[in-house]
Design a protein around this ligand. Structure first.
Ligand SMILES: [Zn+2]
Length: 302
């Protein structure tokens, strides 16, 4: 017999299989950004962002595939496909804001592991010159070219950095730190559906999380490093290095979780310079303001 479980289900238009993390995320994303976020064949999402620096829309066509500085016609075409709310003249009411890779000098991908308190940030500094983004990109919209990027913001930041943080749920209680590392590097990630929640977690990392103690950490193993190399391939002489870290549970109470938190810090660094968790911790603390800048998360007013 046909049965409606509850009126809530009807009026909130909750799709079937809502238990599925990806579906939940889809609903959250559409509510937060008011556009469709179709999945791509690589498991990423399409997003139309607005860059406040070059004041043009740009199109994230997958985790790390971007088409920058869209013309009004291109943006209108893509916006239409993604159901982004548009005015009659083809401009947008509101697009989610993110500094484009060209203006940032880096690709900054902020994801979550759906269904748990978590965040994952991949930072990848773009090469100084002749980046792929300055080449015209063949698309079904015609050639999309981007302007030369100014190589001014290069500093001592690593070429690439991966930061990940996730609750260890009771179901995973028996997993070792290394096994949690494997999981964090293989779980499917998705765009954060609740940007505020992720901003809040990263502020906690920036302001509250003290430097680690050596006995709370262990270096990443060969399988972890292989997965990172798959994420960003090291240039000759460079290699991924990193650590897993379980901070004391008393610290995570500020995040309103009773589960242990596991953190992962990894950077692409010169191979002949072995790093320490303390160095990676301070690198990440230096990088975090750039992440906030990329996401246009304002300092909270006190
Ligand atoms: Zn820009």
């Amino acid at each position: 017999m046909f049965r409606i479980p509850s009126l809530d289900d009807v009026f909130n238009a909750v799709p079937p299989h809502y238990d599925d993390g990806r579906v939940q995320q889809q609903v959250l994303l559409s509510r937060e950004f008011s556009q469709l976020f179709p999945e791509t064949i690589y498991g990423g999402r399409q997003v139309l962002w607005w860059c406040p620096r070059c004041t043009t829309p740009w199109w994230q066509t997958d985790h790390r595939l971007f088409v920058l500085r869209l013309s009004p016609e291109q943006a209108a075409y893509i916006g239409h496909q993604l159901h982004a709310p548009m005015r009659q003249d083809g401009t947008f009411h509101e697009l989610p804001m993110r500094v484009c890779p060209d203006c940032l000098g880096a690709v900054c991908v902020i994801d979550t592991y759906p269904g748990r308190l978590s965040s994952q940030v991949l930072w990848h500094t773009l090469p100084d010159t002749a980046s792929t983004s300055s080449r015209p990109l063949p698309t079904n919209l015609g050639l999309v070219s981007t302007t030369e990027r100014h190589a001014s913001a290069r500093d001592t930041l690593p070429q690439a950095f991966l930061f990940a943080m996730a609750e260890q749920t009771p179901r995973e209680g028996a997993l070792s730190l290394a096994q949690m590392g494997d999981a964090m590097l293989t779980w499917q990630t998705d765009l954060p559906g609740e940007l505020d929640a992720v901003a809040w977690q990263l502020r906690w990392v920036e302001r509250t999380l003290p430097p680690p103690r050596a006995d709370e950490c262990e270096p990443l193993g060969a399988s972890h490093l292989a997965r990172l190399a798959h994420l960003v391939e090291p240039a000759p002489g460079m290699g991924w290095q990193g650590f897993l870290w379980q901070p004391p549970e008393t610290l995570s109470s500020a995040l309103f979780t009773r589960h242990p938190l596991i953190l992962l810090h990894a950077a692409l660094l010169p191979q002949q310079e072995p790093t320490s968790i303390f160095h990676l911790y301070s690198l990440w603390q230096r990088l975090l303001p750039r992440v906030f800048e990329a996401a246009q998360w304002e300092e909270p007013r006190s």
